[in-house]
Design a protein around this ligand. Sequence first.
Ligand code: NAP
Length: 362
Amino acid sequence: MLTAIRKLGLGTNFKASFLFKLFPIPSSYSPSLSRPFHSNMPPRVVVTRRLPPTSQAALEKLDADIYQWQEDCAMPRETLLKEVKGAQGILCMLTDKVDDELLDSAGQQLKVVSTMSVGYDHVDMEAIKKRKLPLGYTPDVLTDATADLTALLTLSAARRIKESIDAVRNGEWREWRPNWLCGSQFTQKTLGVVGLGRIGEAVAHRLKAFGISQVLYSGRSEKPEASKRLQAQFVSFDELLAKSDYVIVCCALTKETKEMFNYDAFKKMKRSAVFVNSARGGIVQQDDLVRALEDDLIAAAGLDVTTPEPLPTTSKLLQLPNCIVVPHIGSATLETRDQMGLMAVKNLEAGIQDKALPTSVL
Ligand code: NAP
């Protein structure tokens, strides 16, 4: 069965074959799960995906018995549950659910979970806490890449880039027309950031360079230092919705933020407002967003994250001319992904060696 999956992954996917040519699989590779890189049976670790080149090289240097899924797709759950038995470390992605079932399958010898992401809404924190496991994650290194993408989505949605590209493709581009495809400008406008954390602040700095005159933010607590740097004002969620020309979602997905953007929230926004979400799809009630765009409650939306992911090609969001969707590529620069991978490997290594993790949630 694993061999069959491997053939599918490498035989029929041109992009995957191309990538594997660029970054060849080491000679130690054998079927979809490669094992082991060392023969003296050091601690077993399970890695749910092949990592970017530099971090993959660092992983292979670990003194560990490495079980790694080699395909360019998520490790099947049943394979993960089977292979994790007896592991001391797990290096996972945001697509791998870490819950009681997985941690029970691993067993009591498990010492560390390291996720190659800053968001950890795929991890059941209660399950981690009750086992007193450290959880490694990858903050900071992806802030710039994700903020760039968020700013790009904001600019693209504001300037109707999806409609513009479609118009060129569909032969609708005629002579220059004064009233055609006009979007909104940033000069003298108000930006509202929901969740002024690392990425939220970095997005605000970028968009201020385009002429934003006022930055508002909402969240659980005031951020005095970031407020000072941005000359930003801490306001209630409702005030932010009512006053912002651009509403950017940069908070974590939690019980409190789940579907906080529903029809009521969109109704409180300006009809000219642009809504951007690069945090997590679950923060938005997606059917309500579709209705809000259809009912012209807001002007446009830009999304890097959706529910589910991947978004089915039949999704109404994709048919709306004023909604731009990209496939969760916030952190997708070569440099950032390698840094994320390296951090995840370092956290894994520290955990299996009973050392404090360099970057941990817990
Ligand atoms: P961060 O520094 O922890 O920022 C998250 C912010 O959300 C914090 O300021 C936090 O405030 C705030 N927050 C928490 N609960 C809130 C609530 N109920 N309402 C409003 N704000 C709330 O994290 P980050 O590094 O900026 O990353 C933010 C999120 O972006 C991640 O959790 C992840 O889901 C997402 N992300 C997406 C991509 C992508 O590829 N699209 C890449 C990286 C990250 P407190 O400090 O008061 O809790």
